[in-house]
Design a protein around this ligand. Structure first.
Ligand SMILES: [Zn+2]
Length: 109
């Protein structure tokens, strides 16, 4: 029996420019560049999702440091990347499948 689980392979290369962007090269050779601010605004954690669900913005807040930068990042198993931001936020894990779907839909970003 086979299961069809939405899944994206981990990128072949992951390049984080801490003050600019995250660039991923996927297994099929495609390269996608995400501006950090885009990722921070679309942070997938429960807290940010909750804010967006209420029609509020997850980022920037009134006390958000400018410019935004990534302090650190960490691979989470084989399925995503956790980014620690300079505004102290560090609960968002960007899964490869979410990033891959955003990459396929640049207008949605
Ligand atoms: Zn968040």
């Amino acid at each position: 029996m086979e299961f069809e689980i939405p899944h994206a392979e981990a990128p072949a290369t992951i390049e984080l420019e801490r003050e600019q962007h995250l660039r991923l090269q996927w297994a099929d050779g495609r390269i996608t560049t995400f501006a950090l601010e885009t990722l921070r605004r679309r942070c997938p954690c429960a807290q940010c999702r909750g804010l967006r669900d209420q029609g509020k913005v997850a980022y920037p807040g009134p006390h958000s440091p400018q410019p935004l930068s990534a302090v650190d990042a960490e691979l989470v198993g084989n399925w995503g990347l956790l980014i620690r931001w300079n505004d102290g936020h560090e609960t968002g894990i960007f899964s490869w499948s979410v990033l891959s779907s955003w990459a396929d839909d640049p207008d949605g970003i």
